[in-house]
Design a protein around this ligand. Structure first.
Ligand SMILES: [Ca+2]
Ligand SMILES: [Ca+2]
Length: 120
């Protein structure tokens, strides 16, 4: 926890808790985290190092189906989580998914910049 806390505190003083499903670490669980999840799954080691997470911390935020592994199956877990959140209360799940796909390119580009920043 200590290492993550130190890294996190440099980036944000608004949220210091590990939030299951908050893959992009902005303190909220929403459609943007779907894209972050896909980016994380493409390179879990890079994701951990970009966010300063240990393996167990990664499981806390990204193992959303509780099998103690972070795999593509957790994308469905995240969708299920979003489907029960306030965010989706006002939107159809299909609309959410379309929105997520629509912004995914922008978010992946943003994440790549973020990753580059933290890896330097
Ligand atoms: Ca988030
Ligand atoms: Ca899992």
């Amino acid at each position: 926890m200590g290492r993550f806390q130190a890294v996190y505190d440099e980036r944000s003083d608004t949220e210091n808790l590990l939030l299951p499903g908050d893959l992009n670490d902005d303190g909220q669980v929403n459609a943007a985290d779907l894209s972050a999840m896909m980016a994380a799954l493409a390179d879990l080691t890079g994701y951990e190092s970009a966010y300063g997470l240990s393996d167990s911390e990664l499981l806390t935020i990204a193992d959303l189906n509780g099998d103690r592994r972070v795999t593509n199956a957790d994308i469905q877990g995240l969708i299920n989580l979003l489907a029960t959140s306030d965010f989706v209360a006002a939107a159809e799940p299909s609309a959410l998914l379309l929105a997520a796909v629509g912004v995914s390119g922008l978010i992946v580009a943003h994440l790549r910049r973020t990753f580059t920043y933290f890896l330097l």
